[in-house]
Design a protein around this ligand. Sequence first.
Ligand code: NAD
Ligand code: 89V
Length: 341
Amino acid sequence: MLNGALIGCGFFAQNQLRAWAEAGDAGIVALCDRDAARLAATAARFGIARTYDDAAEMLARERPDFVDIATTVASHVPLVTLAARAGVPVICQKPFTETLPEAAELVETCRRAGVKLMVHENFRWQAPIRAVRRVLDEGEIGQPFWARIAFRSAYDVYAGQPYLAEGSRFIIQDLGIHLLDVARFLFGEVTTLAARTQRVNPRIAGEDVATMMLGHAAGVTTVVDCSYASAQERELFPQSLIEIDGARGTLRLGADYELVVHADGATRRETVAPDEARWGPAPWHGIQHSVFDIQEHFIACLRGGREPETSGADNLRTLALVEAAYLSAQRGGAPVDPAAL
Ligand code: NAD
Ligand code: 89V
């Protein structure tokens, strides 16, 4: 059994702790938060007796097998550095850091300390997205040449995560980052990115709409578009809709996780929804199972001495896409080469 410690008992940590409670051979034995009320409530909810208001003290006393950092981005640099110095393998929530140089430095710090580092970039672990990747890997639609990854919603994210309304950066840094990572997961590295952003909701500080066009080294063109200002007849939060056109046919991941593959003149349909009874309540069941899967993956990597799919080093390339998107938007949509950042 691997004993973990978790830092940050806020909104999303509750999902992570639910998943840890279901893990077979790992669990969280100590919690830390500077907010005493959140710490106490979370400790009581999950029956975790050992609690701390100081992360350094927790790592020194508990000497955990790993630490799960579930705080917001501003605290990631000091907390990951702390874990590296303590020699404790670390999972860090997305967005990993606010800037690329900070992220590169953390990756290097962990490498030098010999500490495994995974960014909790979980969207690529969603069952429907894994199903899409299987269709591509099996060559069912042939060589893909065009794709769209869309997330359009009017779900009130600010109710659970009020800080999302406050930063000068919003949808690309918070949500677009997941979709850009999915684009990399499906089609590989990106050589050019052009973006346009908009702010529709006047009560928030950052952009709540982003439209990005990616050119992948493998030749695919991907449109990644996201919005938290799009009220539709049916609210599909937190579903990502995916369209892919390939040389032999097309794939559509539509509403309610319906996957339609049309190839060589024949069509097949499949529902690739996560099990609501197990991962609910809705709509977060769409995300919850991916939290369980990425945490299981981290434990398997720890035990097997493998690099996690979304290691810190891998995540540098996703963060570069985020930076490229903001830079392109600032330059009026001019294409940016993420590798040059
Ligand atoms: P939150 O503000 O609700 O919770 C963060 C908690 O961390 C707070 O309770 C705060 O007191 C605590 N904290 C901050 N700095 C600390 C420190 N140095 N030591 C101890 N405690 C500290 O935030 P949240 O909504 O839970 O988001 C946390 C992170 O999770 C964010 O980076 C967010 O982007 C990410 N997130 C990811 C997903 C996903 O699907 N991967 C979904 C939602 C949020
Ligand atoms: O997944 C996330 O990072 C969340 C949300 C889906 C609400 O954008 O912040």
